[in-house]
Write a protein that binds this ligand. Structure first.
Ligand SMILES: NC(=O)c1ccc[n+]([C@@H]2O[C@H](COP(=O)([O-])OP(=O)(O)OC[C@H]3O[C@@H](n4cnc5c(N)ncnc54)[C@H](OP(=O)(O)O)[C@@H]3O)[C@@H](O)[C@H]2O)c1
Length: 329
């Protein structure tokens, strides 16, 4: 089968399309035929081995998991003996980062709990855009942010992969949502449901007269003290990513601010969750959440796709379409 493989850290060009052995599922695994995948921050960071800390997981000198890719939308090709939830032919989607990655290939073997049935009305490309970004947004808003109907919620980074889901998920919880993005994305963020939009190139939301009950910063972007200033007295701030300094602030200064005052500040470490994926499936089926796709690439263009993502200005999700050669049986 074909897969995008890398054997050393470096720029995305170290990724090569190769012929590799097709996996055989163990008793507790399903063999999935990948129809679409999508790009996430881990692909950008793991290919380069940066920040250095990721090498503690992915290998100090060379990558341990040689096929990257987290999010998949697939058809089940074969099932191991102990598989209970799915059968051959089912169309499913999932985040396989908890079981060794490998979405940038034609086939992968994974445990069934990494997957959920794909919403029937969605294409594979649409479904592949969902798993990690949507679950980060969901866990940030609901678990850490304790979102409530009627709250004033601000999403900073509203136009990116996580942000476009966060805006729509927050609306589905009945919040009044403000999305922060650049000029070119204002209309798109409004079109996915934001009640207000703020252009970060023109206006500093931390210095206007508004305050928010919940702020989700998808990529950090600002110091924790700016966010503290923009929170209402009992407000909650959740940071899902950003620079080392921003993550450090939310991990170490956030708990100190939370202990010494009424505002709660901290970061989210997302965990893949089948239950949350099923929650998202139901939300997608109601049409309350619709994935925003920035660009589509083919499997042989994965390096280009990751480079495009790494520029930091994707508008929604970057999707990989995996075409399979027709075989005659
Ligand atoms: N916590 C976890 O477990 C977890 C899991 C996965 C990912 N993450 C983190 O989540 C973060 C976001 O991931 P993502 O995939 O959503 O990123 P992304 O898709 O690359 O986000 C790109 C978006 O960020 C916007 N942006 C850039 N600079 C901005 C600024 N100064 N203010 C506001 N928006 C700005 C861009 O809009 P413009 O083009 O308009 O500038 C673009 O739409 C990453 O840092 C990643 O590490 C965390």
């Amino acid at each position: 089968m074909k897969a995008i493989v890398y054997e050393k850290y470096g720029p995305p060009e170290v990724l090569r399309l190769k012929e590799v052995e097709k996996p055989i599922p163990k008793d507790n695994e399903v063999l999935i035929k990948v129809h679409a995948a999508s790009v996430n921050y881990s692909d950008w960071s793991f290919v380069r081995g940066k920040p250095f800390l990721v090498r503690m997981y992915q290998g100090l000198l060379k990558p341990k998991n040689t096929i990257l890719g987290t999010d998949v939308a697939v058809r089940i090709e074969a099932v191991g003996r102990n598989i209970k939830q799915f059968q051959k032919g089912d169309e499913v989607f999932g985040d396989i980062s908890g079981c060794g990655f490998g979405a940038f290939s034609e086939y992968v073997s994974v445990p069934e709990n990494a997957l959920a049935l794909k919403p029937a009305s969605m294409t594979f490309e649409e479904a592949a855009a969902v798993p990690q970004a949507a679950v980060v947004a969901l866990q940030g808003l609901r678990n850490k942010g304790q979102i409530q109907p009627g709250q004033k919620v601000l999403i900073n980074g509203a136009s990116g992969g996580i942000g476009t889901f966060a805006v729509q998920i927050a609306k589905s919880f009945g919040a009044e949502v403000t999305g922060v993005c650049s000029t070119r994305n204002l209309d798109m963020v409004r079109s996915i449901g934001a009640d207000q939009v703020i252009d970060y190139t023109q206006e500093d939301f931390t210095q206007n007269e508004q305050s928010y009950d919940l702020i989700l910063a998808t990529g950090g972007y600002r110091s924790i003290f700016d966010y503290k200033h923009a929170l209402s007295p009992r407000g909650i701030y959740v940071c899902t990513g950003g620079s080392f300094a921003q993550i450090y602030q939310s991990m170490f200064i956030g708990p100190w601010i939370s202990m010494t005052g009424s505002k709660k500040m901290g970061n989210l470490l997302m965990r893949p969750s089948q239950k949350d994926l099923v929650f998202m499936k139901e939300l997608l089926e109601t049409g309350k959440v619709v994935p925003v796709i920035d660009r589509r690439f083919t499997l042989s263009e994965v390096a280009e796709a990751i480079r495009h993502y790494g520029e930091g200005h994707a508008r929604g999700k970057v999707v990989i379409t995996v075409e399979h050669e027709r075989t005659h049986s």
